[in-house]
Write a protein that binds this ligand. Structure first.
Ligand SMILES: NC(=O)c1ccc[n+]([C@@H]2O[C@H](COP(=O)([O-])OP(=O)(O)OC[C@H]3O[C@@H](n4cnc5c(N)ncnc54)[C@H](O)[C@@H]3O)[C@@H](O)[C@H]2O)c1
Length: 436
């Protein structure tokens, strides 16, 4: 278990200069964590180089972006994208006989989820083929990156890749029951996780969320040698999740979203950073707060722990930037609803006796229970209903504030990191936001 190591003070300003390079390993979407660090890097005059996961053609084959897609993606990024498809995972990967895990599961029905038996020999072949494909794609990516780094520049690789729910029709109704089901629709995450479908999911999470980071470190050895020969530095930063301290009953308290099934892969990611650090490679996993993004949309309730950020902003000094965030949030609430009312409701959930058994860091990741799922999902919906419109919500404002602050903390924190894994909790995020 990784030693719990929160960043308590704002890090010193990093030495990245104009002309240094940020390489984003993962595709950039409109409202994800990576936007924060990309904007911060640009504001310092750094050059941004991006990646793509590629696209699946109609025949199922992985392909690079078309010229039109590339132009659009580069406009969103504000930088050049190396057009090598970096999709990871093996859910659609053929085994040595041309059959993928998806093919194996094509005729299975969701109601038979706990009776599904997979051909694990074939799955292992697909896993190996997928890993080989990704390894050669990231090597090609690294070769292109190397050509674009000016002599003497410093380089920061930022890993954002996470995911891996097998893209197989059977999974979606099950995932919806695990993450959003209550009452009759409730499905125990532990029972699912221990099933063969759960095992396939776990292997694919590892491949996408963790092993891609280890591959990146390995593939960029030549970049490290070249940059350090020219007196530059290379740093690696990755986004992790391992719970987060937020204000509960007035005290910063570690809590986490349940059931976070990618959690085991996130621990593996932390281990990859620790192993790299032991070899002198400056890689750091920054464990970040729960926010709403494309990737977290499935985890209804993950956003409840965002609301206490409003109190953390007051605790850490308030001032005009904090007031501006609070005012923007307040303007989105229904008539008669106040920010204090919103925070009180979230606090009521976070401090509920039902949540007590999920408070132990050493036992993370936790599995769901019917009571916990019901409480979390009911509260999440009630809190979302406190917004005037479901399209413009307080969580979006708070998520943007968090990813902006995290971008600054990560960029600076990556320069001279004291340990391979650190937590960015609401205290240091709010400190960062109030000093803007
Ligand atoms: N949203 C949260 O609450 C939260 C909390 C802590 C950490 N994080 C982490 O932040 C990082 C960015 O996530 P985000 O929430 O901003 O969402 P996002 O959807 O913007 O980013 C997800 C990234 O994963 C990549 N990806 C997805 N499937 C992939 C695959 N099969 N192969 C290769 N790449 C793939 C996408 O291209 C994208 O770059 C992730 O590592 C995530 O786990 C998110």
């Amino acid at each position: 278990m990784t030693t719990y190591n929160p960043m308590r003070e704002l890090p010193a300003t990093a030495g990245y200069r104009k002309g240094d390079v940020l390489v984003l390993c993962g595709e950039l979407f409109g409202r994800g964590y990576a936007n924060g660090i990309v904007d911060e890097a640009k504001s310092r005059g750094m050059t941004v180089i991006g990646a793509t996961v590629g696209r699946r053609a109609n025949d199922g084959k992985l392909r690079p972006l078309t010229a039109e897609e590339l132009t659009e993606a580069e406009a969103i990024l504000g930088g050049r994208i190396i057009n090598v498809p970096l999709e990871a995972g093996f859910d659609l990967e053929q085994d040595d006989d041309g059959r993928s895990p998806a093919d194996q599961l094509k005729r299975m029905k969701p109601e038979d989820w706990d009776r599904v038996h997979l051909d694990w020999g074939a799955i292992e072949q697909s896993r190996r083929n997928g890993a080989a494909r990704f390894t050669s794609a990231i090597a090609a990516f690294a070769t292109e990156v190397e050509k674009l780094i000016p002599a003497g520049a410093n380089v920061l690789f930022v890993h954002t890749m996470a995911g891996g729910i097998p893209r197989i029709r059977l999974y979606m109704p099950l995932m919806n029951r695990v993450f959003k089901g209550q009452g009759e629709r409730y499905l125990s995450s532990e029972a699912f996780w221990n099933s063969e479908l759960g095992k396939l999911c776990r292997l694919n999470f590892d491949a996408v969320t963790a092993d891609t980071f280890a591959c990146l470190l390995e593939a960029t050895a030549a970049v490290r040698s070249r940059v350090s020969a020219a007196e530059g530095v290379v740093r690696y930063a990755a986004y992790g999740y391992h719970g987060c301290e937020v204000l509960i009953n007035g005290a910063y308290t570690w809590q986490s979203y349940t059931p976070y099934l990618p959690g085991w892969a996130k621990i593996r990611l932390e281990e990859a950073a620790a192993a790299a650090r032991a070899q002198g490679i400056m890689a750091t996993v920054f464990n970040c707060p729960e926010i709403q993004t494309n990737s977290s949309a499935l985890f209804l309730g993950v956003e409840i722990s965002l609301y206490p950020l409003l109190s953390a902003l007051e605790r850490e000094g308030n001032g005009p930037p904090a007031e501006a965030i609070r005012a923007e949030c307040a303007a989105l609430l229904r008539e008669g609803v106040t920010l204090d009312g919103l925070v009180a409701k979230a606090n009521d959930y976070l401090s509920s006796p039902v949540m007590a058994r999920f408070s132990r860091y050493e036992e993370w990741p936790h599995h769901n229970t019917p009571e916990q799922a019901e409480l979390m999902l009911t509260r999440a919906t009630e809190l979302l209903d406190m917004n005037r419109s479901p399209k413009e919500i307080v969580c979006a404002v708070l998520s943007r504030a968090v990813f902006t602050a995290v971008g600054k903390l990560m960029l600076n924190g990556s320069w001279n990191p004291s340990s391979p894994v650190c937590w960015l909790n609401h205290d240091v995020i709010a400190k960062r936001l109030v000093t803007d």
